[in-house]
Ligand binder design. Sequence first.
Ligand SMILES: C[S@@+](CC[C@H](N)C(=O)[O-])C[C@H]1O[C@@H](n2cnc3c(N)ncnc32)[C@H](O)[C@@H]1O
Length: 356
Amino acid sequence: MDTSPESIRHKLAQAGIHGPSSNNLRLYEDRLTRFFAREYQRYTDSPVSLNELGISTDEGPIMEETELLMDRHYDEDLDFFNSFLDARYHAYSMAYYGDTPTSIRQSEATLEEAQHAKFDLIAERAQIEGHERVFNIGCGFGSLETYLLERFPNLQIVGITPSKVQVAYLRQRMKDPNDPLGSARFTLMEGAFDQLPLNSLGTKRYNLVISVAVLEQVRNMSAILRRISGLLTPQGQTFHHFITSRYVIPQFLDPTRTRIGWYFPGGRVWPHDEFSRHSEHFDLAGYWFVNGLNYWRTLDEWHRRFWEEAPFLYANTFDAGDIAHWNNYFSLCKAVFAPMDGNFYGNSHYLFRARH
Ligand SMILES: C[S@@+](CC[C@H](N)C(=O)[O-])C[C@H]1O[C@@H](n2cnc3c(N)ncnc32)[C@H](O)[C@@H]1O
């Protein structure tokens, strides 16, 4: 069998699988983008409220479908994630290129630099000073940990993830004393944040509880904030970064109804204002909308890197169906962030202070 990259690409093209620079895929992404643009316009012109839809963020389980989510997404082969994530942080979340559509489009930052800029922005908005005990919900491949441990020599951080693939990756890195994750200032917990007994996470212990690209999985916002408040010291703060939309898009609140929900079982896209309303345990100290073109650019860069590595993945790990599946994933995600110059669908940042 000819396993040269050219021959594999030819085979993929014959199976109707095309890369991000091809006309075929561009046309497909343009069509998808126009579809989402129409939907966003529809709900901008005639907004519907969560109340009208009978949806409450004060009830139900904290998160849903974690096992299925790991199975379908986060426990995919490590070769897949290695194929596209930035080498320095392995961040699996939006990078930050700028705050306006023009600055994002014109930015000359590499993916690595833009991931670094994202963590700089988060550190600033979360008001990190450098001596904190931090608890990071959904630590992924240790991206935030790598950044914080390198930047702040006195900070300690606990990361938690239920993903076996991520845990195996992190444990490997923790063996290396030259790796920031090899530091005694990093502790890894394995499991689901919403499921483990609160006292096993460290009651009243942390100055900051943080999450990056995780609360897309949240259903009961009151309950997760109650849980977080149990981990914080009386002066503690909590900061969260996750995907939101400007207005409610009803189908994005039911993960069983969308293709995105297939890639992220239990995932939802909440309107920007919703999390900020939850002041039962906290005072809101600030919240921000981050333009979605940042995610469009991140995804486009991931997509190109993935496609570059597709022959290697095909020769070693994936069949054509897997390549098509993840190739479509990048196209679909790019199309949801692209409309309205990134002003409708992006990420939100929220900072809360414990009330005592
Ligand atoms: C999109 S990744 C973000 C990873 C990392 N924060 C980053 O920015 O690179 C989402 C992370 O949330 C984790 N996650 C999902 N459900 C979780 C749960 N119930 N408890 C803890 N972590 C969870 C996943 O395993 C994954 O590590």
